[in-house]
Design a protein around this ligand. Structure first.
Ligand code: HEC
Length: 149
């Protein structure tokens, strides 16, 4: 019975940990999220390059997933003060100009949400949507990341 209860409680505990405001390992968490974004972008780049045919459903799914990741970026949780130390390429500028970083995240969230809603129907319109959201990756990395992409 005890075992049954702990099994039942485990998922609830996991949810509690995930939704807690402090992350046990914010560097690993934000890097995993960024990596997932990189994977999503990587899945649709061949379409942009003309190496794969335009596929409206695949594009929609990728942009939707990208937006899901974007909306998970909570600066206070994933970039708490002090998390510039360790295995990270986060620039100290994130904390020196925290308002600027928060604004960059806010703009990215807005553009990612718009991209997920855009439903581009052909390659030309997809390119516009892709560039608009992708520009955020480059500009934020340039301003707030030590290493270049
Ligand atoms: C608002 C700022 C911001 C935006 C927007 C942003 N990134 Fe990042 N990204 C960062 C920072 C800061 C790091 C460094 C994280 C660390 O090492 O702690 C990073 C790291 C990464 C990494 C390396 C992760 C690792 O394992 O070290 C990848 C890949 C990445 N970003 C992809 C993307 C892609 C793709 C996009 C756009 C779809 C994007 N990022 C948008 C700030 C941003």
């Amino acid at each position: 019975m005890t075992r049954l209860i702990s099994f039942a409680a485990a998922p609830l505990l996991a949810i509690a940990v995930l939704s807690a405001s402090a992350s046990a390992d914010p560097i690993a968490d934000r890097q995993a999220l960024m990596k997932d974004q990189g994977k999503t972008i990587g899945s649709i780049t061949p379409i942009i390059k003309g190496e794969k045919p335009f596929d409206a459903d695949a594009v929609k799914a990728a942009l939707t997933h990208l937006n899901e990741d974007a909306q998970k970026i909570d600066v206070a949780t994933l970039f708490p003060a002090g998390s510039d130390k360790g295995k990270t390429t986060a620039s100290p500028k994130i904390w020196e100009d925290n308002a600027g970083f928060v604004a960059a995240v806010g703009k990215y969230k807005k553009d990612a949400a718009a991209a997920a809603e855009a439903n581009p129907a052909d390659l030309e319109s997809f390119k516009v949507v892709f560039n608009q959201v992708g520009e955020n990756c480059a500009s934020c990395h340039k301003a707030f990341r030590i290493k270049k992409d």
